[in-house]
Ligand binder design. Structure first.
Ligand code: FES
Length: 125
């Protein structure tokens, strides 16, 4: 029984806490700028996880082409998947800009959208 639990925990996908911050309003970030914190399974695309958890994150194509999900990595690390040429320029990538539809978290992180995402009302069943 002990080994079964141990084995299950070894193969259970890791989760990372992702905090979504408000888009900059011009006067710096305050502690209440957090829109939502969600747990994201390792390997999941950030945009998919955010939409599944009820965050109305800006997006359109989910393919790395339209740039609507353009975000900034504030803390933590992400792995970027490929995107269409020209979706991001090298200067943006150097500043931590990424596409949420083409990135997966590799540690706990906080991100900021270039547009204001909205957290939908949670409804209980
Ligand atoms: S949704 Fe279009 S680039 Fe991410």
């Amino acid at each position: 029984m002990f080994w079964r639990k141990k084995l299950r925990s070894l193969f259970r996908p890791r989760r990372h806490q992702v905090t979504v911050l408000r888009a900059p309003a011009g006067d710096g970030q305050k502690p209440d700028d957090v829109i939502r914190t969600i747990a994201v399974r390792e390997g999941w695309m950030l945009l998919d996880a955010l939409l599944k958890r009820g965050v109305d994150y800006p997006h359109l194509c989910k393919l790395g082409d339209c740039r609507r999900c353009k975000s900034v990595l504030v803390t933590g690390t992400i792995a970027r998947a490929g995107h269409y040429a020209g979706a991001l320029n090298p200067d943006e990538e150097a500043r931590g800009v990424f596409l949420a539809c083409r990135a997966t978290p590799t540690s706990d992180c906080s991100i900021r959208s270039h547009k204001e995402p909205k957290a939908k009302q949670q409804t209980s069943i």
